[in-house]
Each structure stands twice: as structure tokens, then as C-alpha cells.
Write a protein of this length. Structure first.
Length: 473
């Protein structure tokens, strides 16, 4: 069963394969090949995981050395920021400014976890025994990362794993392998050998990594079907799994919302990184009397935003990352239009080289359209009217996803009361998709298993170890 699906992370069967030991990497702004990465084979993982296991013994033994190495790693990432950002934009497509932000977040995450340590806890229960809960690392960790935030999501996985004393085998998407390989080289200057290894290749490399008997924790970000496949693969060796499986986040606008005041924030909550964000706003519910005003405010921004290659300094919105995902975005948009929706802006591919799709605002969308019930993962946003708040909340909660959601209005107490009714892992008020490094990040329903972020992310890479000893006489 493949480890990647076309609806969010990857469909590697469409990644061009070379006749030699590499596969092609395409610039989404041109649709043309500009580089290649090693096409490592599944049997090669045995040696990689074995080396990771050997390196684990030394890495886990010295917490102070880990802290020093991870702080130095953060510095090294910042020093290499220019090269990393340009490489990331070239293969992912996002504007260069967003790539720099991703590099900064990667370094910040390393620095945050470098200074985070598990706490030993003593249990007092009236017995003449001193009981302590200590924490031990798991062993080699597999980190499987999609193409939308290759470096940031990689760091979200390897930073807590390394800080906890584990070693990591990191597999990026075959659509975005080059910046991750460069990041691996940068980190190799500060980390001991084989503590972090980057492997690149097409399926079944990811499937083999998830099921490898030497891996003790599999952490994956991607689509729901692929997450199920990862969990099944990891079950063979009873490895722990952490799965972030995307979302279909709803934004609920209340009847006291000031449309022009929130329109910019709402637009970018949906369209940042060309809509290729798991916790982006993917559908908007608006009181019927405000529906036309909201649609026009968002459509005006969609019509005028600068769309172009990420390396162009004037670009605010880049291309869709890859051809399969572009085809999916086009498919769900055409389906909605065929079912009676209207495009207030966009609704079509742009007639230029590369994987560009016009920023699209849809209205009159049937509520059972796939662009509403599924995850479009692209620059397309349906705006739906509601007549009662209960109707809006029921609709927001009416999918199998439960990653995030938001409520927008002037009365913050009322907005918070509505937010408390949303079935999701994180709810925002008057903003969306903003996360602190110190907070937990987790979805409910089909949006994931396990917790990332903050101390919860650290403890997710540890197991408790209890020591009992008699009290001194």
C-alpha cells in the first residue's frame, strides 16, 4: 500500500524517475526539471536504521551534550538561511519571504526543544517506598514529511525526538527532497554521525521505513488514507505512531463581525502557501445577510493578489506544488461549478508555464460538494451562507475532520462560547492557524493520532521508567 496519496502529501508514481540512481525534481513555477535526488531503495534502510541504533547509545547518554548540539544546530540553520530558503522556494514554490519564515521557524524549534527536558516525578502514596517516574528515549524514530512545509514539519518531528535522546531517519516527499537534503548536511556539522539521517526516494521506501522492525516511533504528516496505511505498517513491529492527517477547517463568522476589518486576515488564513496548509481555513460560514459582502471582500483580494514564481520579490502567492495536486484542485473546482457553484473570482488554471491556479472564491456551493466536505489543499475557498448559528456550528462539525476551526466576531465572549462548540483540536478567535512552539497541536476524529508541540511533543518521544526503592530507616 503506498505511503503517499495525491489529495495532500504526494503521489510519487508521478515523480519522474531517472534511469540512473536518481529521480527528477521539478520547479513548480516552470513545470521543468531543475535537479535530482538519490532514489534510495528499501533494502538500503537496513543499514541506515542499524547505524541510527548504534548512534542512539551515545546520543541518549549525555543530555548536556544534546542541548549544546541542538543549540549549535539552530545557529547553523540560521547561518545557512539564504541557501536553504532559495532551495526551498525553487522546489516547493512558495514566495521567498515565506521560505525565510520557514527557516526561522525551523531554527526556533531546535532552540526551543534544546532547552526542554523531562522532569523526574516522585510519587507519594503513604507506603514506605520511594517511587520515581523517570523518562527514557524510545530508539530510532522515522519521520515522514510532506511537501507543503518540508523543513518546518521535519523540525517539528526531529527536534523533539532528538531532544528526548532518540535518533531520527527523516524521509522527505519526493517532490521536495533537495532542501531537506541540504538541511541534513547543515545539521551534520553539529550533530554526531548517524544521529539524523535523510533518506530520499519513491515508494515503497516510505512503506518500508514505517514498517521497519528497528524503528520504535513513526511520526507522519499527510492524508487520512495514507495515515491509516502508516499505522498498519507500524503495527507490525508495535511501533508508536504520531499522525497529523490534515484538516478541513471551518471559519464561522458571527453576525456582529466587521467584514473589512477581518477580510485580510481571513483571506490569508485560507490562501497562505497557496492554500496548501493542513490547518488553513478551507470553508467559510457567513450569516446570510452578510454573505454577499464577505464574498466580494474576499474575491476582491483574490483578483488583485500578485501570483507568480516564488523567487520573484513581488509574488505573494506561488504555484501549486505539483502536477497531481494541481489536477485535484482543478477537479474539485470543476465539480463544484458543474453542480451550480459560481466563481466570484478565479475558478481556473492560469495560462502560463508551471502549476498555477487562479485564487478562487466560490459561492452558491452545494453543501455536499467535495470542495466543502473534503480537503481541497489549494487556492480555492467556498463561502457558504447560514440562517442560524446552530446550523453553522452543525455544518462546521459535519465532516470527518477535526484539526482546527475559528470564530470571527466583535463580542469576544460570545465568539469564545461558539468556539467551545467546535469539534477540533485548536480553535482560534478572530485569527487562524497561529501556533506557539509551547502549545500542543493535535486533531480529533480523522485528523490525527497523538500530540505534537510543546512539552507534549517531547514526552511523545519518551517512555516512563519507574524505580521503586525502600525508604531509608
Amino acid at each position: 500500500m503506498p505511503i503517499y496519496e495525491p489529495d495532500e502529501p504526494d503521489e510519487p508514481d508521478r515523480v519522474p524517475r531517472r534511469r540512473d540512481a536518481g529521480f527528477a525534481v521539478v520547479d513548480p513555477a516552470t513545470g521543468q526539471t531543475f535537479g535530482e535526488a538519490p532514489d534510495q531503495q528499501p533494502h538500503e534502510l537496513d543499514a541506515v536504521v542499524d547505524r541510527a541504533h548504534r548512534a542512539w547509545h551515545g546520543w541518549r547518554a549525555d543530555p548536556a551534550a544534546r542541548t549544546t548540539a541542538l543549540r549549535a544546530a539552530a545557529d547553523a540553520v540560521e547561518t545557512a538561511g539564504d541557501d536553504l530558503a532559495r532551495s526551498l522556494t525553487r522546489e516547493q514554490g512558495k514566495p521567498l519571504a515565506e521560505s525565510y519564515a520557514e527557516i526561522a521557524r525551523t531554527a526556533a524549534r531546535l532552540r526551543y526543544f534544546a532547552d526542554l527536558a523531562p522532569r523526574t516525578r516522585r510519587i507519594t502514596d503513604g507506603r514506605p517506598v520511594r517511587s520515581e517516574i523517570r523518562w527514557r528515549p524510545l530508539g530510532p524514530v522515522a519521520a515522514i514529511v510532506p511537501w507543503n512545509f518540508p523543513l518546518q514539519l521535519a523540525a517539528a518531528k526531529f527536534a523533539p525526538a532528538l531532544a528526548a535522546g532518540n535518533t531520527v531517519v527523516l524521509k522527505p516527499s519526493p517532490f521536495t527532497p533537495l532542501a531537506t537534503r541540504l538541511l541534513g548536511s547543515v545539521l551534520a556539522t553539529t550533530l554526531p554521525e548517524d544521529v539524523l539521517t535523510v533518506v530520499t526516494g519513491r515508494e515503497p521506501l516510505g512503506a518500508r521505513l514505517a514498517s521497519h522492525p528497528g524503528i520504535r516511533h513513526v511520526t507522519f504528516t499527510g492524508s487520512v488514507p495514507t495515515g491509516r496505511a502508516v499505522a498498519e505498517a507500524a503495527a507490525a513491529s508495535l511501533a508508536r505512531v504520531t499522525l497529523e492527517l490534515g484538516g478541513n477547517d471551518a471559519a464561522v463568522l458571527l453576525d456582529d463581525v466587521e467584514v473589512e476589518r477581518i477580510a485580510d486576515r481571513l483571506f490569508w488564513a485560507a490562501f497562505r502557501n497557496c492554500g496548501q496548509v493542513c490547518m488553513a481555513v478551507k470553508r467559510v460560514y457567513v450569516p446570510a445577510r452578510l454573505h454577499a459582502e464577505v464574498v466580494e471582500a474576499l474575491a476582491q483580494r483574490a483578483r488583485t493578489v500578485a501570483v507568480g514564481p516564488g523567487l520573484d520579490p513581488d509574488t505573494r502567492l506561488g504555484p501549486v506544488n505539483n502536477a497531481p495536486q494541481l489536477a485535484r484542485v482543478e477537479e474539485v473546482t470543476k465539480r463544484a461549478l458543474a453542480d451550480g457553484a459560481r466563481a466570484a473570482a478565479g475558478g481556473h488554471r492560469l495560462d502560463r508555464p508551471g502549476y498555477f491556479f487562479a485564487p478562487t472564491i466560490l459561492t452558491d456551493v452545494p453543501p455536499d460538494s467535495p470542495v466543502v466536505t473534503g480537503e481541497q489543499f489549494g487556492p480555492v475557498l467556498p463561502v457558504l451562507p447560514y440562517r442560524s448559528l446552530d446550523e453553522a456550528v452543525d455544518a462546521a462539525n459535519g465532516t470527518g475532520f477535526g484539526l482546527g476551526g475559528s470564530v470571527w466576531g466583535t463580542d469576544l465572549d460570545r465568539a469564545e462560547a461558539v468556539a467551545d462548540r467546535l469539534e477540533c483540536g485548536t480553535a482560534w478567535i478572530n485569527h487562524h492557524a497561529e501556533l506557539s512552539l509551547a502549545q500542543p497541536f493535535a486533531g480529533i476524529k480523522s485528523s490525527g493520532v497523538g500530540v505534537a508541540g510543546g512539552p507534549w511533543g517531547l514526552y511523545g518521544n519518551l517512555r516512563p521508567f519507574v524505580v521503586h526503592r525502600p525508604q531509608e530507616a
